[in-house]
Design a binder for this molecule. Structure first.
Ligand code: F6P
Length: 543
């Protein structure tokens, strides 16, 4: 079957699946649990609680084949310019290649370059952590990473995720151009023992450069040589030099590392400072292990491929517009935000590789919060709202708090209970019996029963892993990166550009002088002109 025929077949299968109960699939197929799961690298990805049957899965695998997933995967790992709109290779995975790997692209020894930068990062992090590298007031006590998007979300997610391994300086993240962010962060910090990292691939991003200048002024007020406590992480090394950061503290990376894929290299410096080079390398090994799995496993046994196919089934075939990511892990609280950029900046596009309009829905809205907190906020809607929200649960088999094992048991029980409840629901008969037990009768019984029915049949997947170690975090992040890639290939879009963020940035540059009152508001649309008028009346004019 060609790709168009496969899509048609899948649509037909979705119509067939629509009235079917997921529980029925378990009744029909006693082996469904293990058969609809992928075990790899100590992780278990369970997708049995979805309405995918064996035939549908076979067609989804056909879709992956006919869309060229295997061919594109080879292209990705060959260093070919798969980011065609920017004419770039996509090689963030090379940042986690083992030292002895061999990778030459266009005559350049990629591994050597990556390892050279990594060694510089290791040395610098060791110097800071040991106190050999000092601030003017002594050993560095605090690190402030200034960056946004991919230059923030990766380390801002990973540092709390790996809190049990955090034995370096305190780490803070400033991203928002809202002055409140930097003000609240710097308040209470000692500039003489603070290291400021300016993380920006382009070194031009408005938010980051504004915050970097503010941090420099803050440092200059207390320290004779403020630039001595600044570090730059960037592809634009000359711009970092113009900002006054000396070359020995500029950590560069190539343009084949996309912003939202950049945690594995210099952008991960704040993470390395927090957990140390050894643990950072463990994180890289985890990512590399997932790369090896993705490159070699058969499609059916391939975790990123199956995760992607389940995603395609729910979004493009069944039409569910959003997907919730629910880590049952307080330390992964920032993972949903990280995945929002990774997935939505990559696959939130309505144009194909060829520049034509995408005839399918783009990637879904991704959102979420850690469990069990989410159960007390939006789970009402997930269980009883009118929209189906496929849920992606994830949880570690054990925590890092052996003395609090009872907490972890409850965490696990809640995670499992939610996916079960979503699938099974509660029927009219069961709900009615419960209300009878509570003493309701007549019209009140019917009314109370109605509120307690759960339609069920709501799909979810669960990713389980032994413990949230640096290796495991590396595996999880690489798993999601490859999932995004596979979904992008199937949709026929370029997952590696982000033209959709440009327009708003351009308009903001033009609006700043209007808000300052330097240029007239006359050419603005009526709504924006009205909003500007309000700002002027309320003295919201900034200079
Ligand atoms: O908002 C778009 C974006 O370009 C992201 O893709 C990127 O991660 C972020 O801005 C930050 O960019 P930079 O690292 O160049 O400051």
């Amino acid at each position: 079957m060609n790709s168009a025929a496969v899509w048609k077949e899948l649509e037909a299968r979705a119509r067939m699946a629509n009235p079917r109960r997921i529980t029925q699939l378990f009744d029909d197929d006693p082996a469904r649990g293990p058969a609809f799961s992928v075990a790899a690298l100590d992780m278990l990805f369970d997708y049995a609680k979805t309405n995918i049957d064996r035939e549908t899965r076979a067609v989804l695998l056909d879709l992956a084949r006919s869309s060229g997933v295997v061919r594109q995967r080879e292209k990705l790992f060959s260093g070919a310019p798969v980011n065609s709109t920017e004419g770039r290779a996509v090689m963030h995975w090379a940042l986690r290649l083992p030292k002895d790997a061999v990778l030459q692209v266009d005559g350049v020894d990629i591994v050597r370059g990556v390892q050279a930068t990594l060694t510089r990062m290791d040395r610098f992090a060791t110097a800071v952590r040991s106190g050999t590298f000092k601030g003017q007031g002594g050993k560095i006590s605090d690190v402030v990473n200034i960056g946004i998007g991919g230059s923030d979300l990766g380390p801002a997610m990973a540092v709390p995720a790996l809190a049990p391994y955090h034995d370096g300086p305190r780490t803070h993240f400033v991203s928002n151009v809202d002055g409140a962010h930097i003000a609240d962060t710097l308040r209470g910090l000692d500039p003489t023992t603070t290291l400021v990292i300016v993380a920006s691939k382009t070194f031009t991003t408005l938010e980051t450069m504004t915050n970097a200048r503010t941090a420099k002024a803050w440092m200059a007020a207390a320290v004779a040589a403020p630039a001595a406590q600044f570090v730059a992480l960037s592809s634009a090394t000359e711009k970092a030099a113009e900002f006054g950061i000396p070359a020995e503290r500029v950590f560069g990376f190539a343009d084949w590392v996309g912003g939202r894929y950049s945690l594995w290299g210099p952008i991960g410096l704040s993470l390395m400072l927090a957990i140390g080079p050894t643990n950072f390398h463990r994180f890289l090994h985890g990512g590399a292990a997932m790369d090896a799995h993705f490159r070699s496993a058969e499609l059916l046994d391939n975790m990123p491929v199956m995760l992607a196919l389940v995603g395609i089934w729910h979004r493009q075939i069944c039409g569910y517009p959003t997907r919730a990511v629910l880590p049952y892990s307080q330390r992964l609280a920032r993972l949903p935000a990280y995945l929002q950029q990774l997935e939505m900046e990559s696959n939130g596009k309505s144009v194909t590789m060829a520049g034509t309009e995408l005839e399918l829905p783009s990637g879904p809205v991704v959102w979420g919060e850690p469990g069990t907190n989410c159960q007390h906020s939006f789970f009402q809607l997930i269980h009883q709202g009118t929209d189906v929200v496929p849920c992606e649960f994830m949880v570690a088999a054990r925590g890092h708090e052996p003395d609090l094992a009872a907490h972890h048991t409850l965490l696990l029980a809640n995670c499992l209970a939610q996916s079960e409840a979503l699938m099974k629901g509660r029927s009219y008969d069961t709900a009615r019996a419960l209300m009878v037990d509570k003493g309701f009768a007549g019209a009140a019984l019917e009314q109370q029963t109605g509120h307690r029915i759960f339609a069920g049949n709501r799909p979810s997947t669960t990713l389980m892993f032994p413990q949230l170690t640096p290796e495991m975090l590396g595996q999880i992040i690489a798993l999601y990166e490859h999932r995004v890639f596979v979904e992008g290939v199937i949709l026929g879009i370029n997952s590696f550009d982000q033209w959709g963020v440009e327009l708003g940035k351009e308009l903001a540059v033009a609006l700043a002088p209007v808000i300052r009152g330097e240029t007239p508001a006359d050419d603005l649309d009526g709504s924006t002109r009205n909003l500007v008028a309000y700002l002027r009346q309320t003295d919201g004019k900034n200079t």
